[in-house]
Design a binder for this molecule. Structure first.
Ligand code: IFM
Length: 482
């Protein structure tokens, strides 16, 4: 198709009645108050206070001070008009050392949040683990040891009994790939360990924790809708060369199939088991019965999508350069023996992530075809840009509006293709602590002035509010003329 074949048309696309619109945050990224009311230290407190670990030496000590501004943030959610809010519970607020009885004051905070949501007709969607492992458990081996999965199950029981049926949806884990491979494999997240064998063991123990939590949640809250949130991507080979196709398959194995296959098919992918066979302890930690636990039925799958990837085999970087790509000089995971390509002409976010919404549609269709037909919620999608408050006091983040519009349209494309997507959550409500990037990357649809904590709604907030109200997304697309 050439340019003359293209007609630009504006379409309004309606979402199914009851489609759930939401927004998401996570405890360590917004709460602050790290020493308040008996909260214990987490691995992210330790990591962020390690010199050189986080940009500018930023920490989550204060963050958005959400712990003290929860009512103001609830009012923002009401103004936005969302049907659901996804937040996470900080394990060290509930069990300061990761074990033992519940710290009631910690539970009270989340009770107040849940009640505040319900009184505003917003459905709570609760993530039980968004990376803030109690430091004490890390000192005893962290996710590399089986015991942490057992401790997680006990913690889940405490939270489930306390908040019970007032929480609509329960998400066991957020992005276990990041906890395991980024936290233990390359050390760019807490606890900052660089050991591929430990990362593989953490991968399994995180999924085991998910599996152990499921019957506990179902027993404590029979009405609970329970799922897991995975960060997934669409990996394309830079060419049809068999080495590049194999490289894309390895990248897909590490990010996607190491999680989707055990959760939905009760097995780890054979090619990945072979790939990590010499990394110890690695997947040798898997015990009889674990995969049965991990693959118990779910009520939904949470999908976090941000960007697609194009890769070639590391040995073919030169050919890719000749073909016009910019090629990464190094890779996060040398053992995968691949190089990422920058697709010429594709825009990028402030995270340097390529913007390509069709990757989300491709991914969703593939999940339906290869893994599951349970309802899917896009539990995170959004973008960081170099926002600023203009002289009139506005944040006119039209680039974020465009990003959201394209990606919500891509979700609609998936629904049109028959994928059972039932909701979408923007990441994130607030600018917040973006892990090793500290406060240098802003994902919020609400600006946060970090020195004062003042909130200011951005243009994207108003655009998303209108989208929710109309239950449609308007977008300009190029459609081939016939
Ligand atoms: O900020 C994170 C979030 O905690 C997990 N998913 C990706 C987001 C953007 O990097």
């Amino acid at each position: 198709m050439n340019n003359q074949d293209l007609n630009s048309k504006s379409l309004n696309r309606r979402f199914p009645p009851g489609f759930l619109w939401g927004t998401a945050t996570a405890s360590y990224q917004i709460e602050g108050a790290v020493k308040a009311d008996g909260r214990g230290p987490s691995i992210w407190d330790t990591y962020s206070h390690t010199p050189g670990a986080v940009w500018n030496g930023d920490t989550g000590d204060v963050a958005c001070d959400h712990y003290h501004r929860v009512d103001e943030d609830l009012d923002l959610l009401a103004e936005l008009g969302v049907g659901a809010y996804r937040f996470s519970v900080a394990w060290p607020r509930i069990q300061p050392t990761g074990k033992g009885p519940a710290n009631q004051v910690g539970l009270d905070f989340y009770r107040r949040l849940v009640d505040g949501l319900r009184s505003r007709n917003i459905e709570p969607t609760l993530t039980l683990y968004h990376w803030d492992l109690p430091q004490q458990l890390e000192d005893e081996g962290g996710w590399c040891v089986r015991d942490t999965a057992e401790r997680f199950a006990e913690y889940v029981d405490l939270v489930a009994r306390s908040l019970g049926s007032d929480v609509e949806r329960w998400i066991t884990l957020n992005e276990p790939w990041c906890s395991s491979w980024v936290g233990y494999g390359i050390g760019r997240h807490a606890p900052g360990i660089q050991d591929i064998g430990m990362a593989a063991a953490a991968n399994h123990h995180l999924l085991l924790a998910h599996g152990m939590a499921l019957p506990i949640l179902r027993a404590a809250v029979p009405s609970a809708k329970v799922g897991i949130t995975l960060n997934l991507g669409d990996h394309q080979p830079g060419s049809e060369h068999e080495l590049d196709v194999a490289a894309a398959r390895r990248a897909d194995g590490n990010l996607n199939r190491l999680f989707l296959e055990p959760v939905f098919h009760g097995q780890y992918p054979q090619d990945m088991l072979a790939h990590y066979a010499t990394s110890k302890p690695g997947f040798s930690v898997v015990q009889d019965g674990d995969l049965e636990l991990i693959s118990q039925p779910l009520d939904f799958l949470g999908v976090n999508y941000y960007f697609p990837s194009t890769v070639v085999d590391a040995s073919r970087a030169k050919e890719a350069r000749v073909a016009g790509y910019r090629v990464a000089l190094t890779e996060q995971f040398p053992d995968l023996h691949l190089r990422s390509l920058e697709t010429p002409g594709r825009d990028r976010t402030a995270m340097d992530w390529e913007i390509e919404a069709s990757g989300l549609t491709t991914l969703l269709v593939r999940i339906r075809d290869e893994y599951t037909t349970v309802p899917i919620y896009i539990t995170e999608n959004g973008a960081a840009f170099d926002d600023y408050v203009d002289p009139n006091g506005h944040v006119l983040d039209f680039n974020r509006v465009a990003y959201l519009q394209e990606h919500i349209s891509a979700v609609h494309d998936a629904i049109d293709a028959g994928v059972n997507v039932q909701g979408y959550f923007v990441w994130s409500l607030l600018d917040n602590f973006e892990w090793s990037y500290g406060y240098s990357r802003r994902f919020g649809i609400v600006w946060v002035d970090f020195p004062s904590g003042t909130r200011l709604t951005k243009e994207s907030f108003r655009w998303y509010r209108d989208t929710i109200q109309s239950n449609t997304v308007e977008y300009a697309t190029s459609i081939g003329s016939t």
